[in-house]
Design a protein around this ligand. Structure first.
Ligand code: GMT
Length: 375
């Protein structure tokens, strides 16, 4: 008989449960860990969007925030800390894993301190992007962000670029482990057969200004000067209205479909040919990776951690932010040169399989948890 392996861990995961890459990564990590035998407890203010709560060993605990007329701003971070402590006690959690530093690392810090006279409750903070590069660097949040990152029992960043920024922009001195984002290559797969109709460009985002979603409409208009194609825009957010208006102004509104929020992005992506990621900044670019796993070639900006995911000219193209002409030229080349497209499509799939599959990345988190628990 084999000796028993280590006891499956009990992990509390906190993230932003709405549409956004950090919440998606946290949710998919939780589901992958549960599939490997972990008990995973999501401690969030709403059910995370991609979470399948019916899966074995997945639990959801809502954070309720009491209001009071005195509060102009109900203190969510305190309610979260109390809930983390409660769930850690009731469910014997081994550690807390928070995604996006603000305010989750501060809440975990408080929960750990409140538990300290009973037992150790370590917390791991995973940094995703604007928690370092934008919000975390703002004067109003910088000291608490730096402090609660420094105090974490473990810190991971989703790219080398973000790790460097954490040290240089935020002044964090402790070590930060890079664990790249991942994709489930069994779920995200190329289509079995080419889709019907015209070539199709795809953009997926939360339409925040940093994503430069209206650029996708400009790129479509430019590509359509030489190639008949259409654009699908998946997601929703502040710039969606501006993108729709622009489509009308540029006379391409009949060639753009705004799909809104999508629950099964893995079914949508394989129906497209090229992914557009024209962001001002991306610490990683999860949508590009998901597209690559589906053999959909990304054309993205050369910013942040994106060059760690896409190798220019091999499995995608990288261009400067706002360079509509350069983006359009790359898209037109992909849509009119079948050999180029076929080569890059399979290179993209291979990159996803060989560098970013769950089977490669999830064990890195597991090993990191074990390191922290024996400290
Ligand atoms: O930092 C953010 O903007 C939030 C975050 C999110 O929730 O959408 O996005 C970041 O995390 C994603 C998942 O790790 C990365 O793929 C995105 O590149 C990153 N966004 C930015 O850096 C702007």
């Amino acid at each position: 008989m084999n000796p028993p392996g280590p006891r499956p861990l009990r992990i509390g995961i906190t993230c932003y449960p709405t549409y956004g890459g950090s919440g998606i990564v946290a949710t998919e990590l939780g589901m992958e860990l549960a599939a490997r035998g972990y008990e995973v407890h999501f401690i969030t203010y709403a059910n995370p969007i991609r979470l399948d709560p019916g899966l074995p060993r997945i639990h959801y605990h809502e954070v309720e925030v009491a209001t009071y007329p005195l509060f102009q701003y109900p203190p969510y971070d305190l309610a979260l800390a109390s809930r983390m402590l409660e769930i850690a006690e009731w469910q014997q959690l081994d550690l807390l894993h928070v995604h996006y530093a603000i305010p989750h690392a501060a809440s975990a810090f408080l929960a750990r301190a409140m538990m300290a006279d009973k037992r150790r409750l370590p917390y791991v903070t995973t940094l995703h992007g604007t928690d370092i590069t934008l919000v975390g660097s703002d004067r109003s949040y910088l000291p608490i962000t730096r402090f609660t990152i420094e105090q974490s029992d473990g810190v991971t960043a989703i790219s080398e670029h973000l790790r460097r920024e954490t040290h240089s922009a935020l002044g964090v001195r402790r070590s930060v482990r890079v664990i790249y984002n991942f994709v489930n290559c069994d779920l995200y797969r190329p289509a079995r057969a080419p889709h019907e109709g015209r070539p199709r460009l795809l953009h997926i985002s939360n339409f925040r200004p940093v994503k430069r979603a209206p650029d996708c409409v400009r790129i479509l208009a430019r590509v359509r000067e030489s190639v008949d194609c259409e654009l699908w825009m998946a997601g929703d957010g502040p710039d969606r209205g501006a993108a729709e208006r622009l489509a009308f102004e540029l006379g391409v509104h009949g060639h753009v479909r705004f799909l809104g929020k999508q629950d099964h992005i893995e079914r949508l992506i394989p129906q497209c040919d090229v992914l557009l990621l024209p962001s001002e900044m991306e610490s990683f670019g999860l949508a590009a990776l998901e597209a690559m796993a589906c053999g959909v070639v990304p054309v993205a900006t050369r910013v942040g951690g994106v060059p760690e995911v896409i190798t220019h000219g091999h499995d995608g193209f990288l261009e400067p932010p706002g360079d509509i002409g350069a983006f359009a030229a790359r898209v037109a080349a992909l849509l009119t040169d079948p050999d180029l497209y076929a080569r890059m499509r399979w290179a993209a799939r291979t990159t996803a399989e060989e560098r970013f599959c769950t089977s490669i990345i999830i064990p890195q988190y597991e090993a990191y948890y074990r390191e922290i628990l024996v400290q």
